[in-house]
Write a protein that binds this ligand. Structure first.
Ligand SMILES: *[C@@H]1O[C@H](CO)[C@@H](O)[C@H](O)[C@H]1NC(C)=O
Ligand SMILES: *[C@@H]1O[C@H](CO)[C@@H](O)[C@H](O)[C@H]1NC(C)=O
Ligand SMILES: *[C@@H]1O[C@H](CO)[C@@H](O)[C@H](O)[C@H]1NC(C)=O
Ligand SMILES: *[C@@H]1O[C@H](CO)[C@@H](O)[C@H](O)[C@H]1NC(C)=O
Length: 444
């Protein structure tokens, strides 16, 4: 409270906070007591159920609805100039600020919570659905949802609703409406999972050897390329999984796009032979690059087979998805092969699965561990800044002094004494191992 009133007196406030309250501690979900885990679960349901005005009236200005976080992720991803939260080192920085906002809201609801917990998937790598894992009644519910559309119907977030109206998403909505990515054909009212299966082939969640290997690169751009698919992405693909969107849909495995499964046909974009390996900066979703025409399936009465975005060009090519440069043409997966994905797998609206937050706190823990390993490269670790490397092309929001979230959803309220929008530089300077309002029980 004092900090809020004194927000302009930043030094006094920060000193008071660290002297009196100590730092928040982020721990693995399975190391929380039943009561501690119950507090986290209850606070998330409160954020899910209350409207913003009622939540603020009860819990103060740091309260935010759960769905506002989903909307923020959607809007940042679909920013017209570039995905403002992914596909370059902006990824680790934007998500650090995002998770801090989430933690602020969680603690506003219940100040007894020690910090936002994380899910370390490494012990689960061999068999994520095992009894000692998190896909159980005690934690996140089944790895393969038992509802008719793969809805998760057990666990502490059973029947977790996806917002029916895409409030706050600045006009973006799923193909059947609701707060999902605009290419999503998922019509379920609740969070869905088909863990372990994508395009008919098995897919895992990441493992300890990848984690260790990605701690090695010195340059933050190389670290990002190392983690994006394996350390970060696999948990999304493996947990969300996918399924055919109608009976007898052509199998999506094989060489339809020049890329091996499981990337096969879950996205319309990102399937060219170059992909992120090009190290050419930021990404624009094909829908923003004018390469997809997406229907309103409910309004047009389309059945599952026809509820799909169409390629705007005959060859399903798309220029401008990487770096915004139309000269780089990527092949978009032909729509007939695209499958429905579980919520964790949707690259735009994955926070619809509550596991998202625990996975991304763990990714932040990885980032913190990487920073500790590379202290010699501090404070900015080679983070892109204007003109730093002639053949990298990043949009302004991806640079050290850019605006986190860009102008579509600038991040303003992550730190208590923050006066204007946060930049990546602020994140390095103020949310690091020695400066963050939180710490991890372990970085190992
Ligand atoms: C926090 O813990 C205290 C002590 O156990 C308890 O009295 C209080 O009700 C708890 N607050 C909430 C919001 O649960
Ligand atoms: C979705 O969740 C609601 C409660 O939030 C529940 O009543 C309904 O049966 C669920 N629907 C499906 C298809 O799982
Ligand atoms: C981890 O993944 C890598 C890359 O696919 C694989 O080669 C390795 O066998 C996996 N390690 C374990 C312990 O599963
Ligand atoms: C797969 O597709 C790529 C790109 O179109 C092509 O170069 C390659 O020869 C194909 N591989 C097979 C086994 O058909």
């Amino acid at each position: 409270m004092g900090c809020h009133l004194l927000r302009w007196l930043s030094l006094a406030c920060a000193a008071a906070a660290s002297a009196t309250a100590g730092r928040r501690v982020r721990r693995e979900v399975r190391s929380l007591s039943a009561a501690e885990w119950g507090d986290v679960v209850d606070a998330m349901w409160t954020m899910k159920r209350l409207g913003q005005a009622e939540g603020e009236a009860r819990y103060g200005p740091a309260f935010r609805t759960y769905d506002s976080f989903v909307a923020q992720h959607v809007v940042a991803s679909l920013n017209a100039k570039c995905d403002a939260a992914h596909f370059s080192p902006i990824f680790v920085v934007w998500h650090r600020a995002f998770e801090l906002q989430f933690e602020n809201a969680l603690l506003a609801v219940n100040g007894n919570i020690s910090g936002a917990p994380y899910w370390d998937y490494r012990p689960d790598a061999d068999d994520p659905g095992r009894p000692g894992g998190v896909f159980t009644d005690k934690y996140l519910g089944d790895w393969v949802g038992q509802g008719p559309g793969f809805e998760v119907t057990n666990g502490r977030f059973a029947d977790w609703p996806v917002a029916a109206a895409a409030d706050g998403a600045q006009g973006w909505r799923g193909l059947y409406g609701g707060l999902r990515g605009p290419m999503s054909m998922n019509r379920s009212p609740n969070a869905t999972r088909n863990g372990g299966t994508m395009c008919g082939v098995p897919v895992g969640v990441g493992n300890a050897s990848w984690w260790a290997a990605c701690l090695e690169p010195d340059d933050i751009r190389d670290m990002h390329l190392c983690i994006d698919y394996e350390v970060h992405g696999m948990a999304h693909f493996g947990v969300g999984g996918g399924w055919p969107r109608y009976a007898h849909q052509p199998p999506a495995t094989g060489n339809i796009s020049g890329n091996a499964a499981p990337l096969c046909a879950s996205f319309y974009g990102m399937v060219g032979s170059r992909g992120e390996d090009r190290q050419l900066g930021s990404y624009v979703y094909p829908i923003n690059a004018g390469c997809l025409d997406c229907p309103d399936c409910a309004a047009e009465g389309l059945d599952e087979a026809d509820c799909v975005c169409a390629c705007a060009r005959d060859d399903c090519g798309c220029g401008g998805v990487w770096t915004g440069d139309p000269a780089y043409v990527e092949t978009i997966v032909a729509p007939e092969y695209v499958q429905v994905v579980g919520d964790m797998y949707d690259p735009i609206s994955s926070p619809n699965d509550p596991l998202f937050f625990f996975h991304h706190v763990n990714m932040d823990r990885f980032f913190m561990a990487w920073q500790r390993t590379h202290r010699d490269a501090a404070p900015h670790y080679g983070f892109p800044r204007a003109g730093v490397k002639a053949d990298d092309v990043y949009c302004a929001a991806h640079l050290l002094d850019g605006v986190l979230g860009d102008d579509s959803w600038p991040i303003r309220d992550a730190l208590p004494d923050q006066a204007g929008p946060l930049s990546p530089r602020d994140v390095f300077d103020r949310i690091g191992e020695d400066t963050a309002p939180y710490e991890y029980d372990t970085l190992d």
